[in-house]
Design a protein around this ligand. Sequence first.
Ligand code: SF4
Length: 439
Amino acid sequence: MAAHPPRIGFVSLGCPKALVDSERILTRLRAEGYEVSATYEAADLVVVNTCGFIDAAIDESLQAIGEALDHNGRVIVTGCLGARPGRILEKHPRVLKVTGPHAYEDVMSAVHEHLPPRHDPFVDLLPAQGIRLTPRHYAYLKISEGCNNSCSFCIIPALRGRLTSRPIDEVLREAESLVRAGVKELLVISQDTSAYGADIRYRPAEWHGRSHRSRLVDLARELGELGAWIRLHYVYPYPHVDEVIPLMADGRVLPYLDVPFQHASPAVLRRMRRPAHSEDTLARIRAWRSVCPDLVIRSSFIVGFPGETEHEFEELLEWLEDAQLDRVGCFRYSAVEGAAANQLACQVPAEVAAERYARFMERARAISTRRLRARIGQRMRVLVDAIDGTRAVARSAGDAPEIDGVVRIQKAEHLKPGDWADVEVLGASAYDLKARLIA
Ligand code: SF4
């Protein structure tokens, strides 16, 4: 065995959910005395956590595996693409082992087999909150794995399996230990946050001497007690989500909802087989805003879905104008190998999808600009992410990291990442705000 503790190189690709998997694997590795190497060359073995969501992600994953093989030669592959070992082994027959998504035990036993751990009495020095790949002041909190829906453009249920919720006490324990370790913002993620607990029949569990159901509203309420910002992602607009909105109005949970609407035309939503496709989403948004006027809604959409007619696309634009969403992402539909939507007739030509994308984004940009301008003169609390020269780059309650805009604070070089700051908004662009510190 080498003189140094066994060293693992780790490559993490894909979405925040994959990032959480990486954090868990790294936590286990560190707990067992493995070191994490910053270079391929210094590592005894490399683990690549892959993404297999769309073809571009598959290519990126295959390329990352190739690079790790070239520079190191001993590679274990895990993650979403790992659910299709044939695809990996065909291109890279030299990989030591392929394991699927959410298969921590399999990854660990593959690592043990090819690079046995060294017994070390100091393994307990591992920080209780585990190893995180996000900056110290925010962390993703994964509440469930898998999905019981069957959206026709998505292969995640095939890759990650059916919904498996973590019991509420386990989630709260992790959240509390993250906050104790200095985390100021928790980002709740899953494939379908509104469905949390349905698979375990909302099983109650004891937490701090009281019984709570493994259910979204209970979870949000208890998370709101921890004193950190709580941000909810991937929330489908089911009726029971209404119960969470008063917690936002009371300031216990951030007034922010990431709702992946994907489209607004009832016919397209039906073809997409979206959950909650028959809900009157405009009425729901209006009701939410009447309870919590500061609510910021983020969403993502797909244009050019197979069979999308000009009329259906116009319905989407009209809906967007009515809904006045604050933050919007948009994708042009692209076929994913194995997705049911590939069988639908009338694929939309690429140039039509591109033109619709441009029209959609123009409309979304105008709405975002209007809504951000309305914040000029407001005072708000922000969380600093970085310092850029003399300015601090921060986020308000309405901005999730990585995907939304930022608040740039002038003359704030004395602040540091993770600091809170109270600011007054001076100006707005299409996506970002400019602000000054207030005493
Ligand atoms: S809700 Fe639909 S898009 Fe989201 S993971 Fe489940 S099947 Fe995929």
